[in-house]
Design a protein around this ligand. Structure first.
Ligand code: FE2
Length: 279
């Protein structure tokens, strides 16, 4: 059994759970090598898309909005000089790859559907689980951008809300290189907003405009191979990485297949590629 009843109680109480040593070191290295290959093969051409949670400049960015059933590459906001050329190599400039690696890439697909992950999700009591989204996050040295405090359910909303984020540390994550920070038991305060599609683009539907209690954030420093499970309602963030070390992570979001998945969520799949579970 991947998690004990005590750990499950801890997850329900705090909204997150850290499981050290969940992924073997050689598997972490295999995933890192595969991501490096994907970036090397990626030809940006004219499709430069920047991922930023501070500027929200991907709001009208179709390259982002249509990436739910594709493998796409997003640059760090600080990757460019003013003239638009890259400050450092392409390999050192990508913020993340998303959002259907778990479906379309054989290496990430095999990892995402391992019996250990399937059993873990069963322990979390997510019914008829569907693998909604995957991201490979680089948090590049020096330029890795901040991700502001948010709840994943803002972006991946279901009714009822039953979603878990599985965040696999493929390298050590420390305060220095931009580890996750979370507000323990903050998942009990309800959803503050939803990011919804409108006729003209995306906008936030606000339910609670009070500020985050960022004074309650705690750092989740973990070693390579650790898994952090995050309730979709848990407020969390990560600071910019100004260190010389990267902080690679792979994240996978699983939803309850019996929940309603609204058509105005940003992430949509084509009819030819419906959401799938672990089979
Ligand atoms: Fe998140």
């Amino acid at each position: 059994m991947p998690i004990t009843s005590t750990e499950l109680e801890q997850y329900q109480r705090d909204g997150f759970l850290v499981l050290e040593g969940f992924v073997a070191a050689n598997t972490c290295e295999l995933l890192r090598a595969r991501a490096a290959e994907l970036v090397t093969e990626f030809d940006p051409g004219g499709t430069i898309s920047v991922f930023s949670t501070t500027a929200q400049n991907h709001v009208r960015d179709n390259y982002f909005l249509e990436s739910g059933d594709k493998i796409r590459f997003f640059f760090e906001e600080d990757a460019f000089f003013e003239d638009g050329t890259l400050k450092q190599s392409k390999e050192r400039s990508i913020n993340k790859i998303g959002h259907a690696l778990h479906e379309l890439d054989p290496v990430f697909s095999e990892f995402s559907k391992t019996p250990e992950i399937k059993a873990l999700v069963a322990d979390l009591s997510i019914e008829s689980p569907l693998l909604l989204q995957s991201m490979y996050i680089f948090k590049q040295p020096k330029i890795g951008g901040e991700v502001t405090c948010h709840q994943d359910s803002t972006f991946l909303y279901t009714e009822p809300q039953d979603i878990a984020g599985l965040w696999f540390a493929l390298e050590d994550a420390t305060i220095e290189n931009g580890c996750l920070w979370a507000i323990p038991d903050g998942h009990k305060l309800g959803l503050k907003s939803r990011w919804v599609r409108t006729a003209t683009g995306m906008e936030f539907e606000i339910f609670d405009s009070s500020p985050w209690r960022e004074d309650r954030l705690v750092p989740l420093e973990v070693s390579q191979g650790s898994l952090i499970i995050l309730d979709g309602l848990l407020p969390h963030k990560s600071l910019a990485n100004r260190s010389s070390k990267s902080r690679h992570a792979y994240s996978l979001h699983v939803i309850n297949g019996n929940s309603r998945y609204p058509e105005n969520n940003w992430l949509q799949r084509s009819v030819e590629m419906p959401l799938r579970g672990f089979d």
